[in-house]
Every structure is written in structure tokens, then in C-alpha cells.
Write a protein of this length. Structure first.
Length: 477
């Protein structure tokens, strides 16, 4: 045991030295303005809606003239929200410690003495005004981009809305739907046209909350201590000593040796200042860019192993979403259901990130590790700040190109080339070949102990198959 402990200590020291070596590189390449931090707060980042703020750019491939959008499939995360109950509890603890050591703060941080946690348990997790606007604006942009398909008269069979039963997701769906259905009805001065939205029970939501309804995932990943192994190593080597330096900067060391948990609470409060209140000159001034980026990387290690590529079941369990898209697409092509032109879903970061991984996007050549240098961190593809900020979205668009069909994918409104596809316009036959194993979606055998059948799960069946005599059957192959 002694030798194992010494080995672990050596690893931590080595990682720490690696980051000291890279510190000059990091500081010379980072933007220390607190405004820039809002896009580096992991899943608590503001939405990347303005290219001027650093939105990843992509060449826009206009579809060939003969191609017409015929079906839009949207998965969106809820918008900016209040902290959940666990974060409110942590911020209450932070308030207690700030008050306990208030006599030691350096003069420039004396404002902390009067700080109290502004968040009430009754509001935990609720959508805030900024979150409502994010989904409202997203709807406007998508309607413009895919008009006239998304500008037709609303009918429940034409535009289908689905949300989880969690209020912030449902309210996000309402904000999105209100945006599309104003000025088209008779209600009120906005001439609102009511629309229908449905949800599955939380314990039977296999489409949007598969992560809560996959027992094998909960056992092997979510509730498994080994999932956080790399994050724990990184935190011990990098975030823990950062907390000591942070305490020295505040003037409270050695009376208060700011722990990893304490430091992350300060960081969360910076994130909430930015996303909810648009305040840049309060908690965010306590950090420099290097610290923010290292805290972001710590969070990304966590999401990588819990929601991304770190464990296959994380993303394979998202297959019901892809299966439904293919079912809807095949039904449209076969002529079995030509009425639905869009399906809008509103859920969570834990829904978006697995779907992105299932599609094979933003995949690094090797797993995220605690001992990655700052240079390697900066070059990583898996960044939850840009993959799943508030109001993150994944769109799959089906195009009818006359004698064939193609699929285009967008992540946060940016066109992406799907793996195995020649360009952003992916032939539908290629799409089905590339994602064949995910489309088959053995969700029950993947997620449930042998012999169990989940209550409420739709029976697994073959996909829509066009009659051999139908011309559409050729298009499906």
C-alpha cells in the first residue's frame, strides 16, 4: 500500500510539474477578459449565438438546386436556468465560509463580506428570462433558415413538440413554440396560435431521459467511482494547488485553505453571474483565464467519461433518438406519413452530449487524460462549452433531391460533416450504412439485466419497409 501511495503521489507531482511547465504557454495564449469567460464555463456556458463572440465557423454548403428540405428534426437543450438544488446547497456552504473568514479578505475583495447566496430553493432549476429568449430567438433563426418548410400553418400532425417533464425543458419548448406560433392565430394582441406538446413520464422517458432509464448505465457509469478517476487525478494535481493560490490572492490564507469544492463553487458563481445576470465585474474577477480554462477542462473530463466517449454505453443508449429519426424519415419517403415536417424536442445536456457522441462528432484521437499538457488541452475536440452550452441544439435535416434523399447535420446551427459522409449533404443511404448499428438500437438488451423488460418501452420492431413495388423502396436502400 505504501508503494502504491508513493506511486500515486509521484503521478500527481508529475502532472503538477507538467502544468507549471506549460503555464507560460497558457498565459500567453489566453484572453483574460471576464467577458470571454462566458464561453468557457462548460455546460453552464452561454449559447454561442453570435459569430463575433467566437462561434466556430464553417463553410456553408448550399444544397444543390434540386434538393428541397422536407423534414427537420431538432433536439435542443433547455435555455439558461437557475442553479439546481445541489448547487444552491454548495453556494450556501460557500456563503457560510465567506462570512467565517470575512475579516481576512484583501481590501479589493471586501465586497465579498456582504455577499449572500441570491438563489432560493423554490426556484431551483427553473428557466430564467435569458433562457426564454435563447429558445425564442433560436426558433426565429431556424424558421428563417428553413422557410417555407417551417412557416406553414400549425397543425399538431405537422409540427410535433416533445419535452421532458422537467419544467425548464418544458418551458424552453413553450418559448420556442410561442416564437413560431405568434401572429398566426386569434388570441391576444400577439395573435397567438395554441400548440400541443407532449411528454413521457420521467421513469419511462426512453427518448429524452434515457440516461435515467438505463440501469446498466447507472450502475457501470453514473454511480461508479471509477468514472471520476481521471478528473480526481487532475483535481488533485492542478485544481487543489490552484485553490491554495486562490486563497492567497484573496488574502484569506492560511486561515482558509480553499478546497477543490470551494473553488468550484466560486467558479459556478462566476458562471451564474455571466449567464443569468450578465455581470462581469464580480465573481469572475477572482479568476484569470488560465484558471478558468483549467476548471473548464476538469469539467470536460467529467462529461467525457459520464456523457461522452469515455464509456460506450453513454452514447449508445441514445440510440432511440436516432432510431426515431430514421423511422420518421422512412415513413415520409415511403409515403406512410407525409404530414409531419418537423419534430422539436427539448431536453438536457445529458441528452445532447450523448447524441453528439453517437453521431461521432468532436471525437479526440485518444481519451481525455489528467496528464494532458495545456497545449493538448487547448487543441481538444471535446469541449462541453461549445458542444452543450445552454440552448445547445442538434438538427438533422432531410432533403428530397428528386431521385434520392440526403441528410444534413447541424450542431448549434453550424453545419458539420458526419463521419463517413462525403460532405455536409450526406446521402441518406450512406447515413443509414454509417449508423446502422445505432439505428438497430438494442436498447433493452443494452440497458436492462438479462430477462428484464422495461415498463412502457415500445416493443422493438423492424423499421418501415417500403413495398417492393414502391419506387421509394429504391431510395431507402
Amino acid at each position: 500500500m505504501k508503494w502504491m501511495s508513493l506511486g500515486l503521489m509521484g503521478m500527481i507531482l508529475a502532472i503538477g510539474m507538467l502544468f507549471l511547465v506549460g503555464e507560460c504557454f497558457a498565459k500567453s495564449n489566453l484572453d483574460n477578459t471576464t467577458e470571454s469567460f462566458r464561453h468557457h464555463m462548460a455546460t453552464k456556458s452561454s449559447y454561442w449565438s453570435d459569430p463575433a463572440l467566437g462561434l466556430p465557423t464553417s463553410s456553408v454548403d448550399s444544397p444543390p438546386a434540386q434538393c428541397k428540405a422536407v423534414f427537420v428534426n431538432l433536439l435542443a437543450r433547455h435555455g439558461t436556468r437557475y442553479p439546481t438544488s445541489s448547487d444552491i446547497t454548495k453556494l450556501n456552504s460557500l456563503q457560510t465560509k465567506i462570512q467565517q473568514f470575512s475579516a481576512f479578505f484583501a481590501p479589493q475583495y471586501s465586497w465579498l463580506k456582504d455577499w449572500t447566496n441570491p438563489f432560493l430553493p423554490v426556484d431551483q432549476g427553473l428557466l430564467v428570462a435569458a433562457g426564454e429568449e435563447e429558445l425564442y430567438d433560436l426558433a426565429q433563426r431556424l424558421q428563417t433558415r428553413f422557410s417555407p418548410l417551417l412557416s406553414q400553418e400549425y397543425k399538431p400532425y405537422r409540427y410535433v413538440y416533445q419535452t421532458t417533464q422537467i419544467p425548464r425543458a418544458a418551458m424552453s419548448g413553450q418559448s420556442f413554440g410561442y416564437s413560431l406560433n405568434q401572429n398566426s392565430g386569434i388570441l391576444g394582441s400577439a395573435r397567438f396560435n395554441p400548440f400541443f406538446s407532449y411528454s413521457d413520464s420521467v421513469d419511462q422517458d426512453f427518448d429524452l431521459r434515457f440516461f435515467d432509464n438505463c440501469p446498466n448505465y447507472l450502475t457501470s457509469v453514473k454511480n461508479n467511482d471509477t468514472t471520476s478517476e481521471q478528473q480526481d487525478k487532475f483535481d488533485d494535481a492542478v485544481i487543489k494547488p490552484m485553490g491554495i493560490q486562490f486563497a492567497k490572492n484573496l488574502g484569506v490564507f492560511p486561515q482558509w485553505q480553499v478546497s477543490v469544492a470551494d473553488l468550484k463553487s466560486f467558479w459556478r458563481m462566476c458562471a451564474y453571474d455571466l449567464s443569468i445576470y450578465n455581470i462581469t465585474d464580480r465573481f469572475c474577477t477572482l479568476f484569470n483565464a488560465s484558471q478558468v480554462y483549467e476548471l473548464e477542462y476538469s469539467s470536460d473530463i467529467s462529461s467525457y467519461y459520464e456523457n461522452g466517449y469515455g464509456n460506450a454505453i453513454n452514447y449508445q443508449s441514445a440510440c432511440p433518438l436516432l432510431k426515431d429519426f430514421v423511422n420518421r424519415t422512412d415513413a415520409l419517403i415511403c409515403g406512410n406519413d407525409v404530414n409531419m415536417v418537423a419534430k422539436y424536442r427539448f431536453a438536457h445536456a445529458e441528452t445532447v452530449m450523448p447524441l453528439v457522441a453517437l453521431l461521432g462528432l468532436y471525437k479526440d484521437s485518444s481519451p481525455l487524460m489528467a496528464d494532458w499538457s495545456p497545449q493538448k488541452q487547448a487543441a481538444r475536440l471535446w469541449k462541453s462549452s461549445s458542444i452543450s452550452p445552454y440552448a445547445a441544439n442538434v438538427v438533422l435535416v432531410l432533403y428530397n433531391c428528386g431521385d434520392s434523399y440526403s441528410v444534413k447535420a447541424l450542431v448549434n446551427e453550424i453545419e458539420v460533416v458526419l463521419p463517413g459522409c462525403p460532405n455536409v449533404m450526406c446521402p441518406y443511404s450512406t447515413f443509414k450504412t454509417v449508423y446502422g448499428s445505432s439505428i438497430s438500437c438494442p436498447f433493452v438488451s443494452m440497458c436492462f439485466p438479462s430477462g428484464e423488460t422495461p415498463c412502457g418501452y415500445p416493443p422493438e420492431s423492424d423499421f418501415v419497409v417500403c413495398p417492393a413495388s414502391s419506387p421509394a423502396s429504391v431510395r431507402l436502400s
